[in-house]
Design a protein around this ligand. Structure first.
Ligand code: E4P
Length: 217
């Protein structure tokens, strides 16, 4: 499983990138609005930090407009992936982007049938939302299980980005199911790093280093 960071916050993207664990970024209109900055400025800055797929979402709900917006975003950098919402207009736009060689990420996937259609329209990635399904008492991870199975059986090479990740267990369970990528908020990356036994171990080593005045010459 590969990791993307799910944020439009530049400091978080820089911090996660320095850790060496992420190879892409996903944004959405809500994440960009939270930063209170110009959409294009944010995207321009992100492509200068992470050398990998950067998802930038179209804002329109009409496929012709989506294509216009997507073309502008794609022109910013070769790593831009056009994020398109799952809907009829979105599928039409994905078909056209695919024809033009522009990569796409179909977002707001909440069922296996949506994932399958997006893949058949030519999507490079699909983003099933685990946390938002959990929020309505539907097991979000069961959707990941279903999509990974369907894509494997049908030799579909559209990559699965596990989205709306709320905790490290979402990541681990999705990795066991064979999902390609998890897009993870910075907070969850930090939760994945930390373990109380690691902290205790480091503390004990540090005490012993001091006691024995160890140093490396
Ligand atoms: C995915 O690409 C979305 O940006 C994101 O994962 C949505 O997560 P949320 O449900 O926490 O808003």
């Amino acid at each position: 499983m590969k990791f993307f960071i799910d944020t439009a916050n530049i400091e978080e993207i820089k911090a996660a990138n320095e850790l060496g664990v992420i190879c892409g970024v996903t944004t959405n209109p809500s994440l960009i609005a939270k930063e209170g900055r110009d959409f294009t400025d944010v995207v321009n800055e992100i492509v200068g930090i992470v050398d990998g797929p950067i998802s930038a979402e179209v804002l329109s709900m009409d496929h012709a407009e989506m294509i216009k917006e997507g073309e502008k975003l794609a022109a910013i950098h070769k790593n831009i992936v056009i994020k398109v919402p799952m809907c009829e207009e979105g599928l039409k736009a994905v078909k056209e982007f695919t024809k033009r060689g522009i990569k796409t990420n179909v977002t707001l996937i909440f069922s296996a049938s949506q994932a399958l259609l997006a893949a058949r329209a030519g999507a490079t990635y699909v983003s099933p939302f685990v946390g938002r399904l959990d929020d309505i008492s539907f097991d979000g991870l069961s959707l990941i299980d279903e999509i990974t199975e369907i894509f494997a059986i049908n030799s579909i090479d559209t990559e699965i980005i596990v989205a709306s990740v709320r905790n490290p267990l979402h990541v681990i369970d999705a990795a066991k199911m064979g999902a390609d990528i998890a897009t993870v908020p910075y907070k969850v990356i930090k939760q994945m790093i930390n373990h109380p036994l690691t902290d205790r171990g480091i503390e004990a080593f540090n005490k012993d280093i001091e006691k024995a005045s160890l140093n490396i010459k």
